[in-house]
Design a protein around this ligand. Sequence first.
Ligand code: ZN
Ligand code: ZN
Ligand code: FE
Length: 757
Amino acid sequence: MPDRLKISIKGAVQGVGFRPFIFKLAKTLDIKGYVLNSPQGVTIEAEGNKDILEEFILRINNDKPPISLIQNISIEKFESTGYKDFIIKKSETNGIPNAIVLPDIATCKDCLTDIFDIKNRRYLYPFTNCTNCGPRYSIIESLPYDRARTTMKIFEMCEDCGFEYRNPEDRRFHTQPNACPECGPHVELWDANGKILTTHLEAILETVYNIIKGKIIAIKGLGGFHLVVDAGNDEAIQRLRKAKNREEKPLALMYPDLKTIKRDCELSNEEQILLTSAQSPIVILKKLSGCKISESVAPGNPNLGVMLPYTPLHHILLHYLQIPIVATSGNLSEEPMCIDEYDALLRLKNIAKYFLVHNRPIYRHVDDSIARIILNEKVILRRARGYAPFPVIINNKSKKTIMSVGGHLKNTIAVSKGNGVFVSQHIGDLETKESYNSFCNTINKFKEIYKIENEIVVHDSHPEYISTKYAKENFPSAENVQHHVAHILSVIAENSLSGNLLGIAWDGAGFGDDKTIWGGEFFRFKPEGYERIAHLKNFRLVGGESSFKDIYKCAFGVLYEIYGKEILNSGFYNSENEISKTDADIYLKMLNKNINSPECSSAGRLFDAVASILNIRQKVNFEGQAAMELEFLINGVVTDESYNFEINKNENGTFIINWIPIIQNIINDKKNKLSLNLISAKFHNTLINTIVEIAKLVNEKIIALSGGCFQNKYLLENSIKALQKEGFNVYWNKEVPANDGGISLGQIAYFSYFENK
Ligand code: ZN
Ligand code: ZN
Ligand code: FE
């Protein structure tokens, strides 16, 4: 007697060729029944004899499509009903969606072959895709994933495409964005007034010509617009920087192929795998000495952010160009990137000369992701295209539906459903109206797609963050989680850690539980609660948040701890470091009278202070710039020399890392004309020593490292190595950023790690 199984699969099983895979497998094994997409995932009914059904389940697990992810399979047994055939049924639309929305996937090898085969009907067609590749998250409006619920609904498939779509033997069977030159989207080249200059292949070739001519082109891609120029043309890059109001921040590059990358950058095996993965992120690579890329791409930076073409449009463009291009987000400064061609015309008309656009609407913006290899493993620094909104699976014992609104800079939001936490794509710094709108939009679209209601809402404890205000206004019962606690919880979440541990959170700034600015924090985490067990010695930030940009104000606060009122005679305040005697007088008065000079324990600000004291720079254009330059100074220096420091205990029993001896020695080394490279290496080594010392004092076996400072490769790698050498089990962020992009995940994990939550 044949059995009938009802198999429900949850996970990333829609839009990855899962139904066609099941269909083919069922046919091969002569199983009868059906498969369909449901809001929860994929449902299968399978009839056949017991052995064959067992093999069926086994092969679903083993042979599933490469980009699918099975979170859970549940199987119920029934009497057979005598199905005659195996069919793909119409999607079910009722029920609470629990299915995973897939990320956008880089063009696969088979599609590339089609695009560059002159005999293929998709020859040089920029919107070619299949069940294994193409747009997903950027075009999906709602679940379940079907063409009618994507922005491809406006294109009716031609006869040939329809045949592929319906043919179970075809690679494009049920490929929702299936398209060809006959029926699909097309590209157009516009001038800055929106006048169509040319279309189709001609538009791409004209774009190539203009890039070579040094023009700035806005190109509509997968999840938004890029601004593109020739990466070898210094003048064009400077022009782009000026127009975009992005003075020094590194710009991303797109290379034609691996061979060209190898000419300019060091490339390990792991980096190569990451570059060519289905996610196709920007990968941070080390420049080679003979690198041909203009210095203006990443001034003073030994690294380059490099990606490969990830859509057919990019492949075709780079195929004709054969040179690397700058491909930076199509936006002004820190605003969200443009996704609509008319919005792009409006916002980018003073930057770009031409606009290469297309008529496939982008439903939501998805930036390029950024990743790098740390100790042979991938670490994500910006989580967007290719990764978002794939869930991070956590041990969620609370089972509550939670929405978190993240932090302020590099914002992301997240929602949890069961054990899955869906972290949004990178939204950005919530500094402008545009980014705030994008934040609200992302929340609304997340709530809509995941059908979220009656959720618990969590925000940062900083009362002035826009995200906090949003949460409080819209959800009066919203709860808050301390910023650095959330950083540590993000590591706990992605590594499913439990029990006692030491969390080390180092970053620029976050609102502390004692209302001072924190950022050099050590917490003992226990399921019953957390304790701030150690931190960097406090100093004061003259001018409050203005010191985040004017880093000499951080140095002033640090030196005040050493020299007190004698600071003006310390020899620091002269023309060399851009502070006039008058300003110095004012700062001293502010400190003496405690006017607008809040206390902080921030590691990031200590980095800034050291950079200023060494006169590497006195102002920064973006968060972390001075710290990055300090790190880059170490390049090539190998030393285990370090400075002395003290660990004191305050009246509450908290360990205080006293950095005064460190700064005094740095000042001495500078006076003695020791190279800045060596001073920086010694400073970094000292910080690593402080981490190890505290770890030994606290003596918890498990250590979690997080916060923006741990984007510093030297600091992260050497802290991990030093702690491991002492026998600690060290964890750090890999799936979500160590910077504030990981805060939303941590805020959600607050309810699963701590008891009584
Ligand atoms: Zn493909
Ligand atoms: Zn077609
Ligand atoms: Fe932070």
